[in-house]
Design a protein around this ligand. Structure first.
Ligand code: HEC
Length: 142
């Protein structure tokens, strides 16, 4: 009899745990971002600032903390406080796949945005500030 009660208690606990995990929105499956093509002329665009310059990176880091970190996380792992509640995973910016993009591609996507990713052409109107963000994103490489 006691063994049966124990088994029932265990079963109930397991069911509750499964319901909790499946019902928790933080664990909901996030869609992987689809390919994001960039027009050739934007793709090959060269940065007008030195991306390795410490002052440029520092500016980018500051802008990142104010505008991007909430979704992308401080290290660009897609783990910012807002990141998990997005339909689309914001991406792992330390990855070879992300870092393999051209500077022009990162600049274009930052400027134009798409769906949940806001476009920053108006919010960060100075092009050199958006290039500074590209400089900062390059430092996130693993
Ligand atoms: C509200 C959440 C949110 C904020 C804030 C945000 N992003 Fe994003 N970002 C996303 C999401 C979601 C994606 C994936 C979008 C897609 O592929 O459709 C993305 C994608 C990107 C990409 C393209 C990734 C790739 O693989 O090339 C870049 C670059 C980017 N973000 C840069 C930035 C920068 C820089 C900022 C701040 C100035 C920023 N993001 C702010 C949510 C956000």
């Amino acid at each position: 009899m006691k063994a049966t009660q124990k088994a029932i208690t265990l079963l109930v606990t397991m069911v509750i745990a499964v319901v909790f995990v499946l019902g928790n929105p933080a664990n909901a499956q996030q869609a992987k971002a689809k390919a994001w093509p960039v027009p050739d002329k934007n793709k090959t665009m060269k940065a007008p600032v030195k991306l390795a310059d410490a002052a440029v990176i520092a500016n980018g880091k500051d802008l990142w903390a104010k505008n991007c970190k909430s979704c992308h996380g401080s290290k660009g792992l897609g783990d910012g406080p807002k990141g998990a509640s997005l339909k689309t995973f914001p991406g792992d910016f330390s990855s070879a796949a992300f870092q393999g993009g051209t500077d022009g591609e990162l600049f274009f996507r930052t400027s134009a945005g798409r769906d949940e990713m806001p476009g920053y052409e108006k919010k960060i109107p100075e092009a050199n500030d958006r290039w500074a963000l590209v400089a900062y994103m390059r430092t996130l490489k693993k």
